[in-house]
Design a protein. Structure first.
Length: 434
């Protein structure tokens, strides 16, 4: 029965009972008592139906729907339909949850569901293997109590979950985990932990190979350079035909020496301990040294402007900072044609300190910008070889900045010049003592 038909039936029932009450009132010569006599059984009937509804809702099975007519029959049928739809929805959600748990249980990565209070709601089997979580004793625990890592605590408290963080596994310090949090739903979060130890071992093998190979190549290259020097001294008039090949050999040997030197710099940057050998550095003094060298290299071919704010000290390593800043300045000299303009600035503000090198050189296309800091990546290979570039300068800049908690910002437009800016955080700075 539809709701409209049920209400029509109930209205007819009310009219019938009212008419019956009026007839009884005429017989009793009291209209009030007649209406009471009519309303009492009607109210009793509604009370019985309400009792049946309450009993059914509190414990009755879905199939045991009470039978009734009129409005109460429509109410029972409507509630029955709602309960049936709700049961189907629960089964569907339960199937989705079961499928999610089955799929995440098969993952080799640890998966942990965390609520808004950082408490563990659920985790898969790999979380026990990688994170050392138990079966049920860890459910409800705060994730920070089990993953006792300062880096992880800063990561989860920041609320910025892009990129993730690397920590040592709580049950095995020799295992390195990449932990990332993905927000979803109503302030729920999914923590994914992946074992990246093999990647670290491969990276360490690569660094060791580069460092060892570069070191071993220095001795034979020194011997070759020595013989080339002897051959240059012997190329008189009778050996004039050998002068050009010997000169080219000399240039290529020097280029190889520069590559090996830069590779060894990178190896030292990657292997040195972060918190050892730190000292306050007068950056203005370093830049003034660079200014003298830049003017000597330019020999008046470029317009050089240096704007240096004094009395700012940066905590770090002077040699690494010099490699970083000098590469940017000398690159600008190499890739800016004669008559071009190069501006170098060093200043500070509320965010920290900044070093920028702006030039009017050949510039870089938007396509090449993301790859500029890769090892051996050159935008113009021919020009780089002509100027003696190794393709490692910006890679050294990137690593040196990372070790000083800095960031490199690159702006460039092909044919119109470039601007390289190093940003250093405020906590790395200190005022120079008077």
């Amino acid at each position: 029965m539809t709701a409209d038909l049920a209400w029509q039936s109930e209205l007819r029932r009310i009219v019938l009972w009212a008419a019956l009450g009026m007839a009884v009132g005429v017989l009793l010569e009291s209209m009030a008592w007649g209406l009471v006599a009519a309303i009492a059984p009607y109210a009793f009937w509604h009370t019985v139906q309400a009792y049946r509804l309450t009993k059914w809702l509190s414990g009755g099975r879905l199939s045991e729907i009470p039978e009734a007519t009129g409005l109460w029959g429509a109410i029972f049928e409507g509630i029955y339909s709602l309960k049936r739809r709700n049961r189907k929805r629960k089964r569907r959600l339960a199937a989705i949850v079961s499928e999610f748990q089955a799929s995440t249980a098969a993952l080799p990565d640890a998966a942990v569901v965390i609520n808004r209070d950082d408490e563990i709601v659920w985790f898969n089997h790999s979380a026990g293997r990688l994170l050392g979580f138990g079966t049920q004793r860890d459910v409800g625990q705060r994730i920070g109590f089990l993953l006792r890592s300062p880096d992880f605590n800063r990561y989860i408290e920041s609320g910025e979950y892009d990129g993730g963080v690397e920590i040592a596994a709580p049950n095995n310090e020799h295992v390195t985990l990449n932990v990332r949090i993905v927000p979803y739903g109503n302030q729920q979060r999914l923590l994914i932990a992946r074992d990246v130890s093999h990647l670290h071992r491969l990276e360490q093998t690569r660094r060791d190979f580069v460092a060892n190979a570069s070191h071993e190549l220095r001795t034979p290259l020194t011997v070759l350079s020595g013989y080339i020097d002897m051959m240059e001294q012997e190329t008189g008039e009778e050996l004039a035909a050998w002068r050009m090949p010997v000169t080219e050999m000399r240039n290529q040997a020097l280029r190889m020496q520069r590559i090996i030197t830069d590779l060894l710099k990178l190896a030292r940057l990657e292997s040195a301990t972060l918190d050892v050998g730190l000292e306050p550095i007068d950056v203005a003094e370093v830049i003034r040294e660079l200014e003298d060298e830049a003017r000597e290299l330019s020999q008046g071919k470029h317009e050089l402007l240096f704007e240096i704010e004094p009395d700012i000290q940066l905590t770090g390593r002077r040699s690494e900072l010099y490699s970083c800043l000098s590469n940017l300045v000398f690159n600008a000299l190499q890739y800016t044609p004669s008559g071009g303009r190069i501006e170098v600035r060093w200043w500070r503000d509320e965010r920290g300190a900044h070093f920028s090198v702006r030039d009017t050189g050949i510039g870089v296309s938007t396509r090449d910008l993301p790859r500029l800091t890769e090892r051996f990546y050159r935008v113009d290979v021919a020009r780089s070889r002509e100027t003696g570039g190794t393709g490692l300068g910006l890679a050294i800049v990137k690593h040196a900045l990372e070790r000083h908690q800095g960031e490199l910002e690159i702006e460039s437009e092909e044919g119109k010049g470039s601007c390289f800016t190093c940003h250093f955080p405020a906590e790395r700075l200190q005022e120079q003592a008077a």
